[in-house]
Design a protein around this ligand. Sequence first.
Ligand SMILES: Nc1ncnc2c1ncn2[C@@H]1O[C@H](COP(=O)(O)OP(=O)(O)O)[C@@H](O)[C@H]1O
Ligand SMILES: [Mg+2]
Length: 512
Amino acid sequence: MLMDIKIPAVKMRDITKRFGPVVANDKVWLDIYRGEILSLLGENGSGKTTLMNMLSGIYFPDEGTIEIDGKEVVIKSPKDALNLGIGMVHQHFKLVDVMTAAENIILGLPGKKDIKAACAKIKEICDRYGFDVDPNEKIYNMSVSQKQTVEIVKVLYRGAEILILDEPTAVLTPQESDKLFAVMRNMRDDGKAIVIITHKMHEVEDVSDRVAILRKGQFVGDMLTASTNAEEMTNMMVGHAVHLNIERPEPVNSVPRMEIKDLTVRSIEGVVKLDNVSFTLNSGEILGIAGISGCGQKELLEAIAGLQRTEKGSISYINDDGSHEELIGKDPLAIQNLGVTLSFVPEDRLGMGLVANMDLSDNMMLRSFRKGRSFFTDRKAPRTLAENIVKELEVVTPGVTTPVRRLSGGNVQKVLVGREIASAPKVLLTAYAVRGLDVNSSYVIYDLLNKQKQAGVGIIYVGEDLDVLLELSDRILVLCGGKVSGIIDGRSADKRQVGLMMTKLGGEANEE
Ligand SMILES: Nc1ncnc2c1ncn2[C@@H]1O[C@H](COP(=O)(O)OP(=O)(O)O)[C@@H](O)[C@H]1O
Ligand SMILES: [Mg+2]
């Protein structure tokens, strides 16, 4: 008998998944073993969730094969996945608020609903792994951590042997994370295969036995956690610098435009999201924000735009005459009415940015336009503007009267960026402006931003791609766990150095 050859519980081979022009997974190989906690590590957008969604039956691969315990399988639905013993806990919970934990756990299962028997089985699972959940408690009475526990118990109840947790600690306090790690270890010791998706280095080191790393949709390697270290993992996550040939004109006549001091933001759950952040934004520059997802980029932009409650600090806008205006305490509209034009391209392009059922012209009208320098010098009517955007940005649409929801994601993005620019801002905040765009469209957006910069706009650019940040930004502010871990010159920045600053504050372990 070949006793010591371990057959993987899951063997993924050459898995490719495309979303339009985006290759989310590119010939990925991955092995998952029983009795092991595997960290799936990678930057935001590297394809971790997509890969796991193909195991849990949410997506179907375009190419490649999946084997479970050595047998090739086809997973077409979450039900197929559960029949194979695969259960996934997603980032967004899918619980029914008005029902109890037990009712949620047995929801949709065949057979007669026997709450008493269900509660007994739930209790058995909880005792076995150390979960703390009251089966009779309604979901709306629960903390985020308790809801997550219900989600995990739910998949265990359904017989999951291979358990995938997608960034489970993103919503937890450090104490709650430790509790989660303890039950994960119990499940592993019970022989289950556990995958934790994360981009936090210290979590990989704390909880996992093995780590597999994805970069831009590709598998770059896996190793035993004990045999690697944060620096090696960071290097693998970030990779070598790739030359993109993005233009970077020199800033001219730069003057301070916005001064941020000791900005502190706390989430509703009480987690510190921004911790005494201080920096200055100049006119005519692109300030790139680097950091792993969840390090506070979103809160920073929202705080400046007046969309985020702040706990401490100041955001001071500096007028052309040198006078200062405090932005904290003003609502978004008041910020605009003051003559402080902040433009915001949200992460969720169809969420708050555009109205899907309205056509392009009407979406243009959602913005009030101010006089000023603009790439779109013509500011006659929203319709003209819409036509200009369609033309300049090469938006693929039958016409400006087509509802925005009928456009592809990339084209929606162009409209969004175009509209923000058309409002002739002094400060332009952009987050994920090129997310989901093909290469050519991305360059169109970089050109637009550069033109704005040359017109004197101070731009804060939050992006997922370090290579882009390194070529586009005049300066790069690196955030790590809500703190500024450094502000460096974009022209001389080294990719590895930025990568390390993203994961470790000032070179020291970041305990958050
Ligand atoms: N449903 C989707 N439609 C279009 N693009 C998607 C979809 N899901 C993911 N993507 C894209 O695929 C890439 C990988 O995304 P994802 O798997 O969510 O990364 P991660 O989980 O590592 O942050 C990203 O470029 C993302 O924008
Ligand atoms: Mg993800």
